[in-house]
Ligand binder design. Sequence first.
Ligand SMILES: NC(=O)c1ccc[n+]([C@@H]2O[C@H](COP(=O)([O-])OP(=O)(O)OC[C@H]3O[C@@H](n4cnc5c(N)ncnc54)[C@H](OP(=O)(O)O)[C@@H]3O)[C@@H](O)[C@H]2O)c1
Length: 295
Amino acid sequence: MPQPTPTLPLQGRIALITGANTGIGRVTARELARRGAHVFLACRSAERTRPVLDEIRGLTGQTSAEWLPLDLADLDSVRACAQAFLARNLPLHLLINNAGLAGARGLTRDGFEMTFGVNHLGHFLLTQLLLDRLKASAPARIVTVASRAHKRTAGIDWDALTRPTQSLTGVQEYAVSKLANIWFSAELSRRLAGSGVSTYALHPGVVDTEVWRAVPWPLRPLLKLRGLLTPEQGARTSLHCAIDAPAQESGLYYADSHVETPTALGRDVGMAVELWQRSEAWVQQPARAKGDQAD
Ligand SMILES: NC(=O)c1ccc[n+]([C@@H]2O[C@H](COP(=O)([O-])OP(=O)(O)OC[C@H]3O[C@@H](n4cnc5c(N)ncnc54)[C@H](OP(=O)(O)O)[C@@H]3O)[C@@H](O)[C@H]2O)c1
């Protein structure tokens, strides 16, 4: 007698993950697909995403992964990405704001400090544009990959967020962007109370990926001194938040698949609200007009 096909835990679930062509995002996308999810890989490059699509299709034996073009340093690209997804008229159960960079310098196309623009503001807009679909698909989750690097900043200089990267290494700007990730996830949870959509921010560990590729080369070995996790190990907390973390733990910050307490600044509700309000204004009124290339 033919055996019934076992049901996979995420069968019928749809996930969208940013920065899934390499590192932690690649493993996260693959593992979600292995558990039955249909995954949209929102990435900059078709060429760099193709090996991941092939890997997932090889593992699952199905066309369970698709590429969506997304450059988080360009808010028009973020809008086009959300529109392309929404046009498919599919539910969305999992949004994973994973993409990130460290050590990049300059401004985004819309005139925001590069690391802040990519790591926070692009994800802020993407999430806003997909929020109604997530609510309509509840229970749903939004996972934002932050970092314990948020501890390395004592505050936020709002004016600096519309100026080119000031520090030589970009590490200070990275810390600010990861603090913003934590504020964003917590404030989003407060605004989503009762909607069936829960949010999680996390530190993945110190992981051997390409994230430090833009940091000046003499510094890179210093950043990698401690025992590094593999990308497989680094994806565990993202997967825990996406699949297993209780919905009642919405808005919290995780490390090593457990709730952790961010810094006092990371828990500051007033600052989280201020970031939210400023982000709303910024995505409507960019810091500079497109085409103005002055850095
Ligand atoms: N590795 C660590 O030790 C560590 C520690 C704490 C937190 N994190 C966080 O973990 C997340 C994943 O990083 P990772 O370590 O896996 O680094 P990674 O290997 O460098 O992957 C980063 C991903 O983000 C994408 N990305 C960068 N800029 C983008 C843009 N403008 N638009 C769209 N996608 C963009 C990259 O795409 P391209 O390939 O096209 O550049 C890549 O897919 C990041 O948020 C990072 O801050 C990492």
